[in-house]
Design a protein around this ligand. Sequence first.
Ligand SMILES: *Cc1c(COP(=O)(O)O)cnc(C)c1O
Length: 356
Amino acid sequence: MGIETKSISIEKVKTSRIDQIDFNNLAFGSVFTDHMLVCDYKNGAWELPKIVPYQNISLDPSSKIFHYGQSIFEGMKAYKDKNDAIFLFRPLDNHKRFNISANRMCIPEIPEDYFMDGLTTLLKLDSAFIPTNAGSSLYIRPFMFASGKGFHASPADEYKFIIACAPSGAYFAGEVKVLIEQTYSRSANGGVGFAKAGGNYAGQFYPTQLAIAKGYNQVIWTDDTEHEYIEEAGAMNIFVRINDTLITGPTSDRILDGITRKSIIEIAKKEGIPVEVRKITVTEVVNAAKAGTLKEMFGAGTAAVISPISAFGFKDTDYALPKLDTPYAQRIKKIITDIQYNKSDDPYGWRYKVTN
Ligand SMILES: *Cc1c(COP(=O)(O)O)cnc(C)c1O
């Protein structure tokens, strides 16, 4: 199946902005490609997607996105191999999760062909923007929000689905020092923590700023009732290595079902690394740190792939993680990125070629 690619109308830019981009000094997600995909939901149906020059969008001040926060997004990347072939990583999983988020926020689902054909058509058009320096990629941001009007607190009747892309450099978070949160919560039982909803991020900024003011880079979120179960690392899933066993918490309605997380679990199994998906308590992590059996902690997400944690703070005490010669973090990250950049075989079937 698939919408005919020719049914996606394309309005090209008159002059490309590609010469203004310094591909040797790319930050993360701050310069954009020439075009974007836009699709409107009106009268109970999605209209055909359009590709237009990257531009501002105009919205009525009463649009419900501004008042009631019906807004979701995805984060994915496109990679070029040494022959300039373009690849995505498990993109159908992003599409599925997008619709899971949409359902929770009362936003209409976007059909798979609109998402995939829209994305691949856009990538082919803006392919010159996919960077080729080591570790760099094109960050892709699909998002959907309520454009329908009215101050009435109810789901909107109109929505916009947009895909915008940003050439981005290798994302080195550096040494990340985290604070195990004991007061605030990112999400709650029965809430929206599993959805990639904008509001989940807005709620994180304030506690994260308090942690930054204390000298940390990120917060480790714990469960909302006891603050005793380790849940997520900032906007990433979290892994803990005790002795030789890699442990991550089970997903739930409070935890986002990360594609990097589930890829790491599968890779660990195949590599013969003992891996457990079970609840991890703060007590267990603190005791392991004291006993010297806590070997690694890292965050997992599309942007950084794996972001190693150098130390964590808990109740006014900092615990440093040991420096290992070949941490799991480094070993697994190489396996994932080699698949993403088409540098290795892909026994998992995760690589998705964007063909011409
Ligand atoms: C996006 C996200 C992740 C990571 O998901 P990936 O699919 O691996 O990029 C983890 N936690 C939160 C809260 C997220 O929003």
